[in-house]
Design a protein around this ligand. Sequence first.
Ligand SMILES: [Zn+2]
Length: 121
Amino acid sequence: MGFKYCKEGHIMDPSWKHCPVCLAPLRGWLVRIKENGASGDVHAIHEGKSFIGSGAGSEIRILDGKLARQHAYLAIQDLCTVVDMGNGPPLRVNNTETVKSTLIDGDLIGMGEAVFKIKLL
Ligand SMILES: [Zn+2]
């Protein structure tokens, strides 16, 4: 009640015809990397700020990785930056703990038990 979701799972006001997150230019994808090294779920990432976490308000919602409700966010303008929200286990980029890091295509991002590879356009 009070909300609906777009096809990517973003929360929308019921009166909105289009999802504002999905309307922003596509800038790449976050690809879940499973423990055996295989690729898992793919999450589209758009220009602007996207929260990653287990909470319903997170643009990139991960329910099975022991993430905080808002674990980190991606900020994409000219550069792509990932910032730890300090709500859970430390953010890792390429297996090094960090609170803020500029990402390049192919970087590995670890949050909780989940690991992602970033694919930037
Ligand atoms: Zn959307």
